[in-house]
Design a protein around this ligand. Structure first.
Ligand code: NGQ
Ligand code: ZN
Length: 454
């Protein structure tokens, strides 16, 4: 059984010193002992500040291969989320199963190096380039499972149900042909993945009806009958709010509130464009808002209404979505600083009793991300996954800081990465800031990028 001795660790009750963290054979924490003196036995020392591994609640792994490559102005100008999506549809046609696996493994290794230890993979790249299913319908989903196993990250696999090209029931776009399933095809993928990960505590399986643009109300009800967390894109762009209003008389989040049993099982990805009543009502459901701040900035989506949502005790987590960023610190920084830019304010995500935004944002993302993942994680406590991130207290960015002030420095300063080691499911996957398999994973990624860019 592995064990770790953290000089400082962020426990549910706050910071503690000399914390012995013991791990069982399945990779869960079996005991946490602060103030440990005595012999350390075989415990591995973590001399820095140890925080719980952060769950990433939204990923489309293949988009890592496009990150930074879809910035060019198109000939007609007028670039937007929707022209980016056209570029993405062209690019998605190129991926073989091998490419998807190699890109995902590289992405997951990068996430681990920055302190994400679990990823909710919102997976819709199901079929062959011409739209025909693979011989095994779950082939592409299983490639992502294999990538997660190779990198050693935890995963909530979320097979996506995608059937239409606009609200409600519009015909799909040519570029969406690799994504499309009816409910039966979708359940075959869910079943295939469930079989592939059965008994493996590093995995959970949930459901991802893509958006109100991609499914019908009947399909949503069918999906809600399955087990597991339900993730759906909602209200990311003004145009989709307008289309939903025109088709149903309701805004997308309002439509979901009135037509689906929103509760702690649900995750609304983005939820950017909310009116006052939607902010309050969404918070009251206990659902999680899945915020992806660097992607939302990159795609010109808008700014989430964080102060109002926090006042209403709304839950949120963070995701890296298109992977223009792959670090929890960058997502939390963008989330807070976008509020500052809009409101001409500072220290937004704080309260009198919690004056450090780094701590407030991290803890909120741990709780909301854990809920969204449907896995037992998000804190350093017995029964939860042994997912630990050690911040190097001697890194130039963190030097002279301690406790919550060190978290502020991690989130709000610099570009370099002060994560020193990462433990996921009790296994050391990052040492000295590098993923333990970074060379082999990078090699396969390099070859995949050559094929994709050829
Ligand atoms: C996606 N990404 O599914 O990858 C979407 C774009 C859509 C983001 N929304 C496609 N960031 O929403 O139709
Ligand atoms: Zn998305």
């Amino acid at each position: 059984m592995a064990s770790f001795l953290a000089s400082r660790a962020l426990l549910p009750g706050g910071w503690a010193s000399d914390v012995l963290i013991e791990v069982d054979a399945a990779g869960a924490i079996s005991a946490v002992t602060p103030g440990h003196r005595g012999p350390t036995g075989t415990a591995r020392r973590l001399p820095g500040h140890v925080v719980p591994g952060v769950p990433n609640l939204h990923s489309h792994a293949f988009q890592r291969a496009m990150a930074g490559g879809a910035e060019r102005r198109s000939p007609a100008g007028q670039d937007s989320f929707w022209t980016w999506r056209e570029t993405m549809y062209r690019f998605v046609g190129r991926f073989s199963p091998e490419d998807a696996e190699a890109v995902a493994a590289q992405l997951y290794a990068e996430m681990l190096e920055h302190g994400f230890t679990s990823v909710a993979e919102f997976h819709y790249l199901h079929h062959q380039p011409d739209g025909r299913p693979h011989a095994d319908r779950a082939e592409m989903a299983k490639r992502h499972v294999a990538a997660a196993r190779q990198a050693g990250i935890g995963m909530t696999m979320l097979p996506s149900l995608y059937r239409h090209g606009g609200i409600f029931g519009k015909p799909p776009h040519e570029g969406q042909r690799r994504f499309l399933n009816d409910v039966d095809g979708f359940s075959a993928i869910v079943e295939g993945v469930r079989e592939a990960v059965a008994g493996d505590a590093q995995f959970a399986v949930g459901l991802a009806p893509h958006s109100l643009r991609a499914v019908t109300p009947e399909m949503l009800h069918a999906v809600a009958g399955f087990q597991g967390p339900i993730h759906i894109h909602a209200a990311e762009q003004p145009k989709e709010v307008e289309e939903c209003l025109a088709a149903t008389g309701l805004r997308p989040v309002r439509w979901l509130l009135e037509n689906m049993p929103l509760d702690a099982r649900w995750v609304l990805i983005h939820a950017t464009h909310l009116d006052d009543a939607e902010v309050m009502a969404l918070a009251a459901t206990g659902a999680v808002a899945g915020l992806c701040p660097t992607t939302e900035a990159s795609l010109g989506d808008g700014i989430f209404r964080l102060p109002d949502y926090l006042r209403a005790s709304g839950r949120f987590g963070i995701g890296t979505d298109s992977h223009v960023g792959t670090a929890p610190a960058f997502e939390l920084r963008q989330l807070e600083t976008s509020q500052r830019l809009r409101d001409h304010a500072r220290a937004v995500a704080t309260a009198e009793q919690n004056p450090h935004p780094g701590r407030t944002l991290l803890e909120a993302a741990l709780h909301g991300g854990a809920q969204a993942s449907g896995r037992e994680l998000g804190a350093i406590a017995p029964g939860l996954r042994a997912d630990l991130v050690e911040l190097d207290e001697t890194h130039p960015l963190l030097l002279g800081r301690e406790g919550d002030a060190l978290l502020d420095a991690w989130v709000f300063s610099g570009q370099s990465n002060p994560v020193r080691s990462v433990v996921c499911g009790g296994k050391v996957v990052v040492e000295g800031g590098r993923h333990v398999k970074s060379m082999a994973i990078l090699d396969a990624f390099t070859q995949a990028m050559r094929r994709l860019m050829a």
